[in-house]
Design a protein around this ligand. Structure first.
Ligand code: UDP
Ligand code: MG
Length: 312
């Protein structure tokens, strides 16, 4: 099969008809054979009835109905697990991502890229708060991590089967797909677009889900928060050291000293520093354990002429 399109759906009843007809039109024009995988992520509205109706009249449409709301990333993963296309697309159901873009994105796949993500030039219909926090967040994330997670992109993208294979080898439970795909490497490129406002309905991402995703992104791709405390510990210990020098200086050299505060200050700073460094050491071990528990592949071979290596 040439192409699979995965669409996570949470309370999108009013978008499904238009979504389906727009996707259908562009897929018919772009691919010989394809499948559309609709994943219902525990919608509370009538989305599932709509999905079943669409699937009943079109054999290219498959659907997965999850038992409850598991969240966007997991819903996408459920669709990816079922996808059999050579190339796989991920797109939102609310038509913020124009399905028509799939065609130019697929051109870039044919040029030899394994990942083509869609990068938003502008975003419409979203609150200033969301734009601002998202902008800040992606910049913070890229400064904390050593992999290049592209700025201003969501999960709208096309990936090659190889990338899907890598994703399936990443057993972590806290999914942050845009980071995991960046981590996978290979040739990645992007096309730019203007992000529209939602066609109908309202966002399924409340503040709690957004925070969850943000924290997953940082903790899955950076150990810096665990290590920060060591630096604070060293800083506090330096304070203790200079405070000691200052106390000795005032006692023995300028001989102007109010007894009591010196020993208090020094012991508080000293104990504080020792504790923070100790926590930092625990953090170092924890981050190693974390990496091992993640159990990601150590490396991914793109190509080789060794007979024994597994190639994609
Ligand atoms: N979504 C989902 N499960 C959720 C929340 C959202 O499957 O718990 C889907 C939703 O139907 C949409 C996509 O994920 O297709 C993006 O969600 P949304 O448009 O609500 O997020 P926003 O664009 O506001 O960030
Ligand atoms: Mg949306």
């Amino acid at each position: 099969m040439e192409f699979s399109l995965v669409i996570p759906i949470y309370n999108e009843a009013d978008n499904l008809d238009l979504l389906y007809s727009r996707c259908k039109a562009i897929l018919d024009r772009t691919f010989k054979d394809y499948e559309i995988i609709l994943v219902n992520d525990g919608s509370k509205d009538l989305s599932i009835n709509q999905i079943k109706k669409i699937a009943a009249q079109d054999s290219t449409v498959r659907y997965i109905d999850l038992s409850r709301n598991f969240g966007h990333q997991i819903a996408v993963m459920a669709g990816l697990d079922a996808a059999v296309g050579q190339t796989i697309g991920i797109i939102d159901a609310d038509l913020q991502d124009p399905p028509e873009l799939i065609s130019p994105m697929y051109e870039k796949i044919k040029e030899g890229n394994e990942v083509v993500y869609a990068r938003r030039k502008t975003r419409e219909g979203e609150t200033l708060f969301k734009k601002w926090t998202a902008g800040m967040y992606y910049r913070l994330l890229s400064s904390l991590t050593s992999i290049d997670i592209p700025l201003d992109t969501g999960d709208f993208r096309l990936i090659d089967q190889k990338i899907l294979h890598v994703l399936k080898q990443m057993p972590e439970k806290n999914k942050f797909l845009r980071g995991q795909i960046a981590w996978a490497g290979f040739n990645q490129t992007y096309v730019e677009y203007d992000r529209a406002a939602r066609h109908a309905g309202e966002t399924g991402y409340n503040l709690r889900k957004m925070l969850r995703l943000a924290i997953d992104g940082i903790t899955s791709f950076s150990n810096i928060p665990l290590k920060l405390v060591t630096y604070f510990g060293i800083l506090v210990s330096l304070f203790a050291f200079f405070a000691t020098l200052y106390v000795l200086y005032s006692i023995y050299i300028i001989k102007d000293f109010v007894p009591g505060w010196g020993s208090l200050l020094i012991s508080i700073l000293f104990i504080g520093g020792v504790q923070m460094i100790a926590i930092g050491i625990i953090g170092e071990y924890l981050s190693r354990m974390n990496q091992n528990i993640l159990n990601r592949p150590l490396y991914i071979i793109k190509d080789s002429n060794l007979a024994s290596t597994q190639k994609f």
